[in-house]
Design a protein around this ligand. Structure first.
Ligand SMILES: [Zn+2]
Length: 127
């Protein structure tokens, strides 16, 4: 399920959505903050253009809302139910989680967004 060829692989790894052969991002580390959203223009392996239309990745804002909620819920469940903190401290842990994981949330959103429009293509891998 998490191997090359599945969407999950491309989403988690930030790999090219069509060939899964290389990362879409210039710097693989999302915490290099000046390069968090810096992407290659095309895949050097299969020549797929990532930004298929101008401002294409603005759409990933919709996705990042959902991804952010998922992180917030996870932070709340862990801090309130498992650790047993009070509500205010749990709220602070949600804020902290969203700030700390922002680069990851941004990239996950972009990866999910581009994978809604592009699909894995086996024939591209062999080239
Ligand atoms: Zn590619």
């Amino acid at each position: 399920m998490f191997t090359k060829g599945s969407k999950v692989y491309s989403v988690l790894k930030g790999a090219c959505p069509k060939c899964h052969a290389e990362s879409m991002y210039v710097n693989k580390n999302p915490y290099a903050l000046s390069e968090t959203l810096k992407m290659h223009e095309r895949c050097s392996h299969c020549n797929t253009k990532y930004k298929i239309e101008p401002s294409f990745f603005y759409g990933s804002m919709y996705v990042s809302y959902g991804v952010g909620i998922a992180f917030a819920v996870a932070a709340f469940v862990i801090s309130y139910m498992f650790i047993g903190l009070d509500k205010f401290t749990s709220f602070l842990s949600i804020v902290g989680t969203l700030v700390v994981f922002l680069p990851i949330i941004l990239r996950l959103s972009r990866n999910i967004w581009i994978n809604l429009f592009m699909h894995y293509d086996k024939t591209l891998v062999k080239k």
